[in-house]
Design a protein around this ligand. Sequence first.
Ligand code: ZN
Length: 166
Amino acid sequence: MPSLRSDFSENLGSAPKTAMRQSFMDMALEEARAAAAAGEVPVGCVIVYSGEVIACAGNRTLTDFDPTAHAEMLAIREATTAIGAQRLADCDLYVTLEPCTMCAAAISYARIRRVYYGAADPKGGAVENGVRFFSSSTCHHRPEVYGGIGEAEAAALLQEFFRKLR
Ligand SMILES: [Zn+2]
């Protein structure tokens, strides 16, 4: 198991147990695999509310002709529709790859409680890389963030995908 990154504070008091986290991340990985099968960059996301998955999506930028159709954006839209509110205050988001700047901002606007992600993304990430959006002064809601959940599998999917492109 990769260790949790230490620069984010962890509050295990009410956070889901390790096995549960892994099963939600496994669902996100399933979405990532389905995205890869459709020729999309393999990233998947699920949103959990009170122990239930209320949204799941994989990247669909090519399918939808939409550069904003990242897994997190699609899952957030699905979740707000499911809940019937613009905010997801008690929701946790699981995504296989470190969110980009756009998705980190959307996660903040949606008031998501916790973010669990798999692989870090030095090229496009905005959580522990790049602009580190949640630590910026223009970020007004910071979720709790836990990296490295299911990291090896998420990274392997991406490597396989980009290897095939070459
Ligand atoms: Zn994104």
